[in-house]
Design a protein around this ligand. Structure first.
Ligand SMILES: *[C@@H]1O[C@H](CO)[C@@H](O)[C@H](O)[C@H]1NC(C)=O
Ligand SMILES: *[C@@H]1O[C@H](CO)[C@@H](O)[C@H](O)[C@H]1NC(C)=O
Ligand SMILES: [Zn+2]
Length: 415
């Protein structure tokens, strides 16, 4: 009753002053333009164009929901672009495919003058002042590192600033929320010793840990272990829609203690648990999470290009203002909206960088996964035959024999 009177009053004032709710949203979003947690444009570039960018007009891509014109219309200033390769690539060429997806995003973000690749909060703030759309790279799924911390570190050097520990498949070291694949089933070992080393190394590097897609057990273990805030880059409330991709209230409370962020996913299946949804149902997720843990832990992670059905009126990257209008009508303050639009994300990224700076004296981790934990016939084991750990292996490999022969020959030629 009170709320509807307020709205009526506001509309009346707006009518008299000529300052509409749309004007108010536009004004707010130009001062605090959005940073979105998850967009799978790179996957679409692969699917539709085989990563051939030369003939794409990035200002107008009709087949999909994302292009520069619509990002600008939607007041998007920062986007975490997902570097995603399918779980089918695990134990095959996941690392190559991941590098190719990093490459396509880097080309897209450097060849278009309205994009800018950013790798720090400083660059993120600067890109805002320059009116650019900041591209941030985020690897979606730990299978992309093929159980190797050196690969993780090289992704960081290429500009990757976030990684989701799993996608829909378990890795040898962390567990997925999905039961779709039967790889690496395990009992009561949701984050292995190597998994803990991944978390610690991400803290040391200053890479944001993303728990969307991990199992509750894994998420809980990481929330306990991580020294820096973590994010769910594209997940919604489990209380309102009990999908395994959503976050239950008890875990939201753990997330608040961690100072982390849940960036609400728009995908209809995670909003209404049905194929259809609307903006009002999306706003319900924001209201619910705010009621449970307050506004400081909330962001927006649309999942455009990564999902099939979006709510009516919220179906491409130009439509974010409609959601902000709905939240304004629900009496969210401009300060609260500025927080969920961008300030919370910048704060989390900043804290992740501060933890990296604090750990600057720690050397890169040399933890390796044991061969028994990776069931991968494609792995080549390159080790000197006399090395102490060489005897760990099951029998001599062809490479071993070759190495021994080469060593023997070179010794002979020396004599
Ligand atoms: C799982 O592991 C934890 C910690 O190692 C232990 O406390 C708990 O009892 C275990 N649960 C089961 C079902 O084995
Ligand atoms: C949104 O969808 C819900 C559930 O179908 C419905 O009850 C509600 O009236 C819809 N709201 C609007 C504004 O269309
Ligand atoms: Zn996803």
């Amino acid at each position: 009753m009170f709320q509807s009177q307020c709205i009526t009053l506001f509309s009346l004032c707006a009518l008299i002053s000529g300052y509409s709710e749309e004007d108010r949203v536009r004004d707010l979003m130009s001062r605090y333009p959005l940073i979105d947690g998850h967009n799978d444009l790179a996957l679409q570039l692969r699917k539709h164009y085989n990563n051939q960018l030369n003939h794409i007009n990035f200002y107008d891509i009709k087949e999909i929901a994302t292009d520069i014109s619509r990002l600008q219309a939607g007041h998007v200033q920062g986007q975490m672009f997902s570097v995603y390769v399918l779980c089918g690539a695990q134990e095959k060429d996941a690392v190559r495919l991941t590098l190719e997806q990093i490459d396509v995003l880097k080309r897209m973000c450097t060849q278009n003058k309205d994009f800018e690749l950013v790798t720090s909060t400083q660059e993120l703030r600067d890109s805002h002042l320059k009116h650019k759309i900041a591209c941030m790279l985020s690897v979606e799924g730990g299978h992309s590192i093929d159980s190797s911390l050196p690969v993780l570190r090289m992704f960081y050097q290429l500009g990757v600033r976030s990684m989701a520990l799993t996608h829909t498949c378990n890795t040898p070291w962390a567990e997925s929320s999905s039961k779709r694949y039967s790889f690496y089933q395990r009992q009561n070992n949701s984050l292995t010793t190597f998994g803990r080393a991944v978390v610690e190394e991400m803290n040391r590097l200053g890479m944001i840990i993303d728990l969307s897609h991990t199992s509750w057990g894994t998420a809980q273990a990481v929330l306990k272990l991580s020294k820096a805030p973590v994010i769910f880059s594209h997940s919604s409330s489990y209380s309102l829609c009990n999908s395994d991709r959503n976050v239950p209230d008890w875990m939201l409370k753990e997330l608040k203690k961690n100072r982390g962020l849940i960036m609400v996913n728009f995908h209809s299946n995670f909003i209404s648990c049905k194929r259809e949804a609307n903006i009002s149902l999306v706003a319900d997720h924001f209201d619910h999470i705010k009621n449970i843990i307050g506004v400081d832990s909330i962001g927006i992670g649309s999942d455009f290009e990564g999902a099939i059905s979006f709510p009516k009126g919220l179906d491409d990257v130009s439509k974010y203002p409609a959601l902000i209008k709905e939240l304004l009508q629900r009496n969210w303050t401009e300060q609260e909206l500025a927080d969920i639009l961008r300030r919370n994300f910048v704060r989390v990224f900043d804290e992740v960088e501060k933890m990296r700076d604090k750990m600057v004296m720690e050397p890169p981790s040399e933890v390796q996964i044991s061969l028994e934990e990776v069931h991968n016939p494609c792995r080549l084991v390159l080790r000197h035959p006399d090395s102490p750990s060489a005897s760990d292996q099951h029998g001599p490999s062809a490479l071993h024999i070759l190495l021994t022969a080469v060593l023997l020959l070179s010794t002979l030629s020396l004599l």
